[in-house]
Design a protein around this ligand. Sequence first.
Ligand code: SF4
Length: 665
Amino acid sequence: MNRKQFRQRIRQSLANEPLQIALDANAERRVKGRVAAFASLPDWRERRQKAHAIRAEVIERLDSYLEQFIHNATQNGITVHRAKDADEAIQILLKIVKDESFVSLRDLRGKELLIAKSKSMVSEEINLNRALEAEGMRVVETDLGEYIVQLRNERPSHIITPAVHLRRHEVGQLFHEKLGVPYTEDIPTLTNIARKVLREVFLTADVGISGVNFGIAETGGICIVTNEGNGRMVTTLPPVHIALMGMERLVRDFGDLAIMLSLLPRSATGQKLSVYTQIIHKPLDGQQRHIILLDNGRSHVRNSPLKESLYCIRCGACLNACPVFREIGGHAYDSVYPGPIGSVISAGLFGSEFVPLAQASSLCGACKEACPVDIDLPKLLTRVRAGLASDAQHATSLSPFSAFFLKTYARLATHPRLFALSQKFAALGTFLLSPFDDHVRLPAFTGWGYGRDLPRFAWRTFGERYAGKQADERTDKQVDRYPSRQEDSSVMATATPPPQSEINKVERFIEELTKVNGQVVRATEKELTGRVVEFLRSRNINRIHLEPNVLDEESLRGTGITVSREANAAIRVGVTRALCGLADSGSVLEADGEGGRLYASLLTEIHIAVLRASDIYPSLENALHLTRGTKSAVFITGPSRTGDIEMSHTIGVHGPGEVVVFLAA
Ligand code: SF4
């Protein structure tokens, strides 16, 4: 895309009123959510620096960590493939899904192969859906936002909220036309429609494809974080799971992972933990698990001035913070990766065609400030602008206008008198362009400043002010007026909750679970079965999926309740014993095991987790080791949820809509 085409797309976005409304709402809520979430992390600054160091170390010694990861994952029974580019990744994937033994195993000859996909930016990067569909396969996106954009035959417009550019009436009309349902603008109804359609896909899919948030070199495991439950479905139900992973997405060990997970969901969606934080180490019984590690230009970027862009953990915070992205949205960039980080990695991975994207930045620094791994995005953006993309042979030269501007600036900057004079003109210019002046109460000549953050130049030089002349207060007010940055700093600086050790873990657990719409019932071990029966009766439920040795089954039968151990989507309640709870997030840990434990917490409408108070840990970093040795484990933080339609918080998407913890003292 050349500069002219990019400008044209920008103009179209700015003229699109519904898009402007949708973008404003998204940015505001995301930024507020992020600020609130970081308020519960008093040492966030240290964690951010640690995260930066972790990513720097991994990228520096990537070959050795990759070797360790591949070795350990293979030992765990996962088949790991390496793909140098998009074509190779697609060929590997096709080979897996066309494997003869698998086809005969599933008796699929003559049938359309059904692939259920959860969100994966790597799959977008290699244009996977088109390649699979060209082979006659049916691919269904199962993340609500991705499903919506797939039905519209569009690309995601944001790396976290793919349908951020749409409003509810557009989704209502889309579902009416494509799914034949009555038109509605009610978001819970729309979500429920998608749940019903996609439930069928999960239960019949032959292959599940997911992305990967982090690979853990020390254990060979992968971590996937989602909110809706579709990530769990596609990695658990189909007989084949294929995880697509950018080769740079590694951490060294659980310690690193804990740091990353304390930052990623807070930055992405304003949550302490996503609803489902999965740690997968092995295939489930009867399942094939594959990981495809994609290079596709990453090695090249690693040896380029854009290396730091590989530290990115795809949280999307820089997009939400960027004043340009907030105005033009993701589609204007015409790249899989939009926004500040997208402008850098698109140029780095895909070449000089994407260099003009870096012009869409005011270099205000909001992106760097928002980044949980402290990537110096303004520096990288200026490098891309200067033609320092990894694709050096396509390096761009300066436009005649830029060359003229820089020459003029150099002349001014090297002559003190000329420079001082230019500052006076600049002060006048910014005064006229800004919308309103607090003191003089003059309307601006243009409305330009209404939509942009234009810092005003000082009316007097620093020397003049230092010498005691009266400072111009108006200037001071205008200089630092980027609201989210001020808000960020003040909230983050003042938030100092009491140390963990002083807090009663049980009370904290209850408080946190309640905040994320979970419920807690307290009981003694002896009372447990009776209390669960009371709950079931209150809901008119007489059949449950129960993990062995959790409740007194004889008593249950005596009350007329039927117990099943099978994964069955028709059963409304699943009862498990949680391996542990987390006090600082209200999460419970479930893992594979006897009696279909994972399914009981996934397929049902209501998940009942029995938890011993003594099994509550302070936080995730204390409990990650419990996932070692499991095939698949998941920290569940409240009921499944989405914010994919107009950022409206909707409970109960693909996973259970209720999580009830019976807390045994
Ligand atoms: S660059 Fe930073 S803020 Fe932007 S998506 Fe990556 S990790 Fe998040």
